[in-house]
Design a protein around this ligand. Structure first.
Ligand SMILES: Cc1ncc(C[n+]2csc(CCOP(=O)(O)OP(=O)(O)O)c2C)c(N)n1
Length: 202
C-alpha cells in the first residue's frame, strides 16, 4: 500500500515563500512557533516579530510548544511550523492535540521528504508515509494537503474559523532556509514571553 494520491497531486512549493505568505497575514499578535532548523530560519527571514518562537536543538517540539501556548492563551491564534522529519520523531503529539483540541491552533507541516538540514537523507514521508493521513487517523479532523500557494492561503483563512485544530500539509522543495536565528535560547524565550505579554522587560 502506498500513500494516497492526494499527497502526491500537490504542487511542490517553497518554504520561505509559504512562510512569508503566512507572516503577511498576521495582524493580531498571533504566536508563531518555528521548529528546529529550516522552519525557524525561514520564519526569522520572513520578518522577526515579538510573538515568534524559534526552537533550537530538539526535533518535533514546534507542535507541542504551540499546543501549550494555545491552551494557555485561548484568545490568541497560534501557528506552528514543523518539518516532516521532526514530526515523524514526535507523532504522539498529534493524538494529544486531537484530544485537547484547541480551536485556536493552526499547524503547518513543511514536507520535503527529507532531513534536509543534516544532509538530505530521505524520510519515510518521501515514500510510504502520508503525514496528513496519519494526523487524520490520530483524530485531527481538519487536516489537508495544500494544492498550491493559493490553496495554502485559503486553508490558513479557513483555519481561523474552524472549531477544531487545523493541520495544513505543504509539499516543499529541498532548498535550505534563508535566514539564521541568533542561537541564544534564553534571549529567544524571554523575547517570546514579552511578546505574549507574560513577562515584563527588565
Ligand atoms: C533527536 C535528534 N536526532 C537528530 C538530530 C539532528 N537533526 C537536526 S535537524 C534534523 C533534520 C530535521 O528534518 P526535518 O524536520 O524534516 O526538517 P528539514 O531539515 O528537512 O527542514 C536532524 C536529523 C537532532 N537534532 N535531534
Amino acid at each position: 500500500m502506498t500513500a494516497p494520491d492526494n499527497a502526491r497531486n500537490t504542487k511542490v512549493m517553497n518554504r520561505f515563500d509559504v512562510t512569508s505568505r503566512l507572516v503577511k497575514k498576521l495582524t493580531r499578535e498571533e504566536a508563531v512557533i518555528g521548529g528546529i532548523g529550516n522552519t525557524n530560519f525561514d520564519l526569522w527571514a520572513a520578518g522577526h516579530r515579538p510573538q515568534n518562537f524559534y526552537m533550537l536543538g530538539s526535533m518535533g517540539l514546534a507542535f507541542p510548544i504551540a499546543l501549550g501556548v494555545a491552551l494557555a492563551q485561548p484568545d490568541r491564534r497560534v501557528f506552528a511550523l514543523e518539518g516532516d522529519g521532526s514530526l515523524l520523531m514526535q507523532l504522539g503529539c498529534l493524538s494529544t492535540i486531537a484530544t485537547l483540541a484547541p480551536k485556536n491552533l493552526t499547524m503547518i507541516l513543511m514536507d520535503n521528504g527529507s532531513y534536509q538540514i543534516t544532509g538530505g537523507q530521505a524520510t519515510p514521508a518521501a515514500g510510504v508515509a502520508d503525514l496528513i493521513a496519519v494526523a487524520l487517523g490520530c483524530g485531527i479532523s481538519n487536516g489537508a494537503w495544500a494544492a498550491d500557494e493559493e490553496d495554502f492561503e485559503r486553508l490558513i483563512d479557513q483555519s481561523l474559523a474552524a472549531s477544531v485544530p487545523t493541520l495544513i500539509g505543504v509539499r516543499i522543495d529541498n532548498k535550505p532556509g534563508v535566514g539564521a536565528t541568533r542561537r541564544d535560547p534564553v534571549q529567544i524565550r524571554e523575547r517570546f514571553m514579552m511578546g505574549l505579554g507574560v513577562r515584563q522587560a527588565l
